[in-house]
Ligand binder design. Structure first.
Ligand code: PLP
Length: 456
């Protein structure tokens, strides 16, 4: 508390409007964050904001975790940087071991990076190199899903299915192929069970493979629970089992992007554990650094690593800052908090509490179409009409108005919107810290309900 007040006092003399020399997103309209305290961020005017979305599903430990801060300080006093072309470090080795010990079955190797897009780029390149090592250079296609997001760098953007984000850069994007997402609220038909629906949409992967020729395809990439482009869209039971089966039958790799939904966010350390499958390659970021460091990682199965280790001998990739010791120190402490201190084990109970509060407050709201997700990863889809599920007029940018009204109420939530495939409406993503209390869940729900009413 004392630390927070010192920061506020020091910053008060300056304007809360962000310095426009920072080339960010509409920086002139941003408030200036000067302190973090548990589930709250505090601005230069001393206003407190309950972090209902962890920024964008990042801050799983809140903003003042003592263990993580101490670990970063200690590492800074030991070794801050050692280029991975020359050295390994205890701290990165420890991180890799801890991740492998807790990873889905068969995952044995970890490639540490600096964030989510980097992890996805590395995954796509590793998958391509795997087939080169195996003597299959004709494989060149990546299949992904519409309404997905895999990052903003060119390779990751090409894989992602968000039409709006891709539009300006289309000429620079390699061709990827997109199939339907698993979106039961919109696509499950009358009389069709959830399992039947899951099989139907999963089978689109097989149809696409047949169309392209399976021997020309490298991998299928998907978020187990879709985050930014669809608001915590969880798959129906059996969907990913069928996806895994199709990948195996046709000899392509399955890449799961757990950058947003991983690291305990959905109630298990890796979201795919709940779908009973293991990917060939999996990407993580966001919650791994919990906002204390910029870190991501790509993890893979032993057979992929071996193909390269016993082949050309080196994965043809790298970034100056990958495997950074300070970031690894933060991530080790984050994993200790998540796994050893039992924070992930508490996510489902808190998630249930959050859903109950949201349902109680918003379940019958005329413009709330769906409340969905897993664990502390929840989405609310806003509609013009609950019966017809008609989307809100996109020109009203309701999601942006909710964000603004929420900030004015002292709440950070992560709304997104726009129409994709003519179907997708506005939604709000919630991903609060795992340390959120029952009272704070009520505060979140109350502030969000008021923001939705203001925005509509
Ligand atoms: N993959 C997914 C599923 C994401 O949600 C994101 C970011 O939101 C990324 C990749 C890109 O991560 P970053 O913003 O750290 O580059």
């Amino acid at each position: 508390m004392r630390r927070a007040w010192r920061a506020i006092r020091n910053a008060r003399c300056s304007s809360p409007v962000a310095d426009t020399a920072v080339f960010g997103r509409s920086s002139a309209a941003l408030r200036k964050a000067v302190a973090g305290e548990g589930c709250y961020l505090i601005d230069a005017d001393g206003r407190r904001y309950l972090d209902g979305s962890g920024g964008a599903a990042v801050s799983c430990l809140g903003h003042s975790d003592e263990k993580v801060r101490a670990a970063v300080h200690a590492q800074l006093d030991q070794v801050a940087f050692a280029h991975t072309g020359f050295f390994t470090t205890d701290v990165t080795e420890r991180l890799a071991r801890k991740l492998v010990e807790n990873a889905p079955e068969g995952i044995t190797r970890v490639y540490p990076l600096s964030g989510g897009s980097e992890a996805v780029e590395a995954a796509l390149k590793l998958a391509r190199q795997f087939f080169l090592e195996k003597g299959e250079p004709q494989r060149r296609h990546i299949i992904a899903r519409r309404q997905s997001y895999h990052g903003n760098t060119l390779g990751a953007l090409a894989a992602g299915g968000n039409a709006w984000r891709r539009e300006n850069y289309q000429p620079l994007l390699v061709q990827c192929h997109h199939i339907a997402p698993c979106y039961p609220y919109r696509d499950q038909q009358d009389g069709e069970s959830a399992e039947e629906y899951g099989l139907r949409v999963a089978n689109e992967l097989e149809e696409k493979l047949v169309e392209l020729g399976p021997d020309s395809v490298i991998a299928f990439i998907a978020e187990p629970v879709v985050g930014a482009t669809a608001g915590a869209l969880a798959p129906v039971p059996g969907y990913f089992k069928r996806i895994r089966e199709i990948c195996d039958t046709h000899g392509i790799l399955l890449i799961l992007d757990e950058v947003m939904c991983g690291m305990g966010r959905t109630g298990t350390l890796f979201a795919c554990e709940q779908d009973g499958i293991s990917p060939d390659i999996v990407t993580i970021a966001k919650g791994l650094g919990a906002g204390y460091a910029s870190i991501g990682a790509m993890l893979c199965q032993e057979h992929i690593y071996r193909a390269i280790a016993d082949g050309s001998g080196a994965f043809q990739h790298g970034h100056t800052y990958h495997g950074h010791p300070l970031a690894a120190a933060a991530a080790n402490a984050v994993l200790e908090r998540l796994i050893d201190d039992g924070l992930v084990a508490g996510v489902n109970a808190k998630g249930d509490r959050l859903v109950a509060a949201l349902t109680d407050r918003l379940g019958q709201h005329p413009h709330v179409g769906d409340i969905r997700g897993r664990g502390l990863f929840r989405g609310i889809e806003l509609v013009a009409d609950r019966e017809t599920k008609a989307v809100l007029d996109p020109s009203r940018k309701t999601h942006a108005r909710v964000k603004k009204a929420a900030m004015e109420n002292g709440l950070i939530c992560y709304p997104a919107g726009g129409t994709i495939d003519g179907k997708h409406g506005d939604h709000i993503l919630l991903a609060p810290p795992f340390i959120i209390s029952d009272d704070q869940i009520d505060e979140l729900t109350d502030k969000l309900a008021r923001a939705i009413d203001t925005a509509l």
